[in-house]
Design a protein around this ligand. Structure first.
Ligand code: PEP
Ligand code: MG
Length: 752
């Protein structure tokens, strides 16, 4: 089968004319299949589009029985059409009926046709439908024909998605409508309710012109853009500002190699030769790549895809003349596959109303920053960026993990009411700020807050916290592009101590590894990063890093009390070795006659279960211990805390976990040690009630939780709660949550 006279370019021109016609959607589709069939000398041309529930329905055909239109439906993966949709790859067969995937549909009358070519209609990594051609003769379609049909399918996908081709309502097609309301459920990562408008963090650069008038001109434009791209990437590599060495440089070098990749360039040139403009060719090649990589599910390739996406966007911006800098609307809700903490901070807090992310794995540090900013965040929201358009209305609940895109009026009103209620509740908590956290039977509880960035510091006074129980120093390292210099660190820590005034601050040394990686240091990939080379393990193997940080802390705390907390300690020996490093650094200060802190207290985080059995020994050399319930919970129940499938499978309010807490409380009391808890558990009223019942007296949490926790404390009677919780430890329930909630309700304990 030859490509028709005039080739694909003539075909594209005809498509453009059909798109411009003022007829019904169905008539346009009918015309389209006829034109494609004629141009490609095919006896059959059909369009299958995706319906709700993923079935592919025959929407138009030339050559098959017309009565089958809107009747024939293929399920996902069914038949050759289903195979094309499932794999998102072309299927080219000389004898289709002989293929095991072939599914015979008598109503279509396709018996006489042997050869089959089907290509996916793809946009933004999503398959919308399938375009097919068939012929009686048993021959394989040539490569140019496959290319040509893919180009047609791409143009079709774009116009279908933009709704410009047919009025979707006419076809009553919910799956294709890009403007219908949609609800997504993800993981609530930062509390709060957001109502606003979508801002796409990596907006698709809008490609207006898809069909080329002059391919030679388009080839020249592509070459010019690639040349420009290469120069800008080379400049980036040579920039002295970046100050990249070692592995950081390798990352940029790899990026540069992509920019110079000949295969990439050749694929884009080929796409232009089928009749596309340079920008449409860039998009098509990138779309194909994305679909392929997404199906492979390989994290390394996905990382590469991010690089290539970035490069493709730069090319597109150059070709379309778009600057890429966006003006934020008021109440902007940023939507992204993934976003770095620095990029989030770049947006500023003022105009932001929320954040929605597709990728859960890369969210953890961005989630911490979002919480610091008081910005509602929902993560693990699969597929939302393909459905959303900039400017769409959107509402989200960062606690429940709900997102509504283009919601109905009633939903917007409900969310606005929820937001107002939340603000009122916050105001109620603000009234509690200066009241003590004391139980009804007179037991004082110390409430501290967790922090990690300078922008957390105003919360200390606003929340009425007694101090900072956990300062995650790694955040400052994670948001920068390069390792902070000693003087920068000193200044930063000094600023934190100044802002805290008389209140204590516990600085945790760098807790790196696991899901916390520095953008400028390349980590070796580990099979199980959570159980890998992290935190104190890195510090002991690379002592210079710890000593450098300790030096900065000693300088910043000159004349004051310095509290240092070591993360992920697994045994007493590790603690002692790290403490010896700190002592050596302090000794250096003495020898140099440099002013030292008035007092240095060094504590250990209890996150690894083994340490729970060594507390009497640990307390001899540690000044305090803080339970990191997030990691401890993960290690006790053997769950990956970053994997949403299992992270919530086991409750913290489980008899085993509370029994372990009891062991820790009792053995540190016997050793007269100072004990606190600084994981997320401390900030959940019901969990905190149980922890106090078990015997904890110091809790450190996100500042927004101080109000609700204080309210709970002021309404509880420890002499009632304690025996009840101790009794529950003997049960075998999966979770004690229901029993504890019922108990709280009965005794009038406020849980919000
Ligand atoms: C913890 O593990 O409970 C903890 C407080 O540390 P992070 O959440 O920073 O790992
Ligand atoms: Mg931890």
């Amino acid at each position: 089968m030859p490509v028709g006279a005039g080739g694909p370019r003539l075909l594209l021109r005809r498509l453009r004319e059909i798109m411009a016609e003022q007829t019904s959607a169905q008539m346009r589709l009918d015309k389209l299949v006829t034109v494609i069939a004629t141009n490609m000398v095919a006896e059959v041309c059909s369009i299958y589009l995706r319906r709700a529930g993923k079935a592919l329905e025959l929407f138009a055909t030339e050559g098959l029985n017309r009565t089958a239109v809107h009747t024939t439906r293929m399920k996902e993966g069914e038949g050759l059409v289903g195979l094309v949709a499932e794999t998102a790859e072309p299927v080219n067969l000389s004898d289709a009926p002989a293929d095991p995937h072939f599914s015979y549909r008598p109503e279509t009358g396709e018996d006489p046709y042997k050869s089959f070519l089907g290509v996916p209609i793809v946009r933004g990594g999503q398959v919308f439908g399938v375009l097919t051609v068939q012929n009686r003769a048993a021959v394989l379609y040539a490569e140019e024909e496959v290319e040509a049909l893919q180009t047609v399918a791409m143009v079709l996908a774009e116009v279908v998605a933009q709704g410009a081709f047919f009025k979707v309502a006419e076809l009553d097609e919910p799956e294709l409508r890009v403007d219908r309301p949609r609800t997504f459920t993800g993981e609530g990562l930062s509390e709060g309710v957001g109502v606003g408008r979508v801002v796409l963090h990596e907006p698709r650069v809008k490609v207006e012109r898809m069909i080329a008038d002059n391919p030679q001109e388009e080839l020249a434009r592509l070459e010019e853009a690639i040349g420009h791209l290469r120069v800008s990437v080379d400049k980036m590599l040579d920039s002295s500002e970046l100050d990249l060495t070692g592995e950081g440089r390798e990352v940029i070098e790899a990026y540069r190699l992509f920019a110079h990749d000949q295969g990439w360039r050749a694929r884009m040139r080929d796409a232009i030769r089928t009749g596309l403009t340079a920008e449409a060719a860039v998009e098509r090649v990138q779309d194909e790549m994305r679909v392929r990589v997404q199906r492979l599910d390989d994290p390394v390739l996905r990382e590469r895809l991010h690089d290539l996406d970035d490069l493709a966007r730069r090319l597109l911006r150059h070709l379309t003349g778009e600057s890429g800098i966006q003006e934020l609307p008021l109440n902007a809700i940023v939507l992204a596959r993934a976003i770095g903490p620095a990029e989030l901070l770049d947006y500023g807090r003022e105009r932001l109303a929320g954040l929605v992310l597709e990728d859960a794995a890369s969210t953890s540090h961005v989630a911490i920053v979002a919480r610091s900013m008081g910005l509602p965040l929902v993560g693990s929201v699969e597929g939302i960026s393909d459905s959303a358009r900039a400017g769409d209305q959107i509402v989200l609940d960062g606690e429940m993990g709900e997102v509504h895109l283009r919601p109905q009026m009633e939903i917007v009103q409900a969310f606005e009411a929820k937001r107002t209620l939340r603000e009122q509740t916050q105001a109620r908590f603000a009234a509690l700020r200066d009241l003590p956290a004391v139980t009804r039977d007179g037991v004082h509880i110390q409430l501290m807050m967790n922090a990690g960035l300078a922008l957390d510091m105003p919360h200390l006074a606003e929340s009425g916290a007694d101090g900072i129980g956990l300062f995650r120093t790694e955040l400052q390292f994670m948001i920068g592009e390069t390792m902070p210099r000693l003087q920068d660190q000193v200044q930063f820590y000094r600023g934190i101590l100044d802002a805290a005034g008389d209140k204590p601050v516990v600085f945790r040394t760098l807790d790196l590894g696991g899901d916390k990686v520095l953008p400028y240091a390349r980590w070796e990939r580990e099979e199980n990063p959570a159980l890998g080379w992290r935190a104190i393990r890195i510090a002991l193997d690379r002592p210079a890093l710890l000593r450098y940080q300790v030096r900065a802390l000693l300088m910043a705390a000159a004349g004051r009390t310095l509290r240092i907390l070591l993360p992920m300690v697994s045994n007493v020996d590790e603690f002692n070795r790290a403490r010896a490093l700190i002592d050596r650094e302090t000794e250096r200060f003495r020898l140099l006659n440099q002013e030292r802190p008035r007092q240095i207290l060094v504590g250990a985080m209890l996150e690894v279960p083994s340490l729970a059995f060594m507390l009497p020994q640990l307390m001899r050399s540690a000044d305090f211990v803080s339970i990191g319930s997030n990691d401890l919970h993960a290690f006790v129940f053997a769950v990956d805390r970053t994997n949403p499938r299992v992270s919530r499978r086991y409750d913290t309010l489980n008899p085993a976990f509370l029994t372990l807490m009891r062991l820790v409380v009792n053995s540190s009391a016997e050793a007269h040690g100072e004990l606190s808890l600084c994981g997320e558990m401390a900030g959940r009223p019901l969990d905190a009630m149980a922890l106090l019942g078990i015997g904890l007296r110091t809790l450190s949490m996100h500042p927004a939780n101080i109000g609700p926790i204080k309210l709970m404390i002021r309404s509880m009677d420890l002499s009632e709660v304690s025996p009840f919780v101790h009794k529950l430890c003997g049960r075998t329930d999966h979770s004690l949550r229901t029993r504890l909630t019922a108990f709280a309700a009965e005794r009038g304990i406020a849980l919000k």
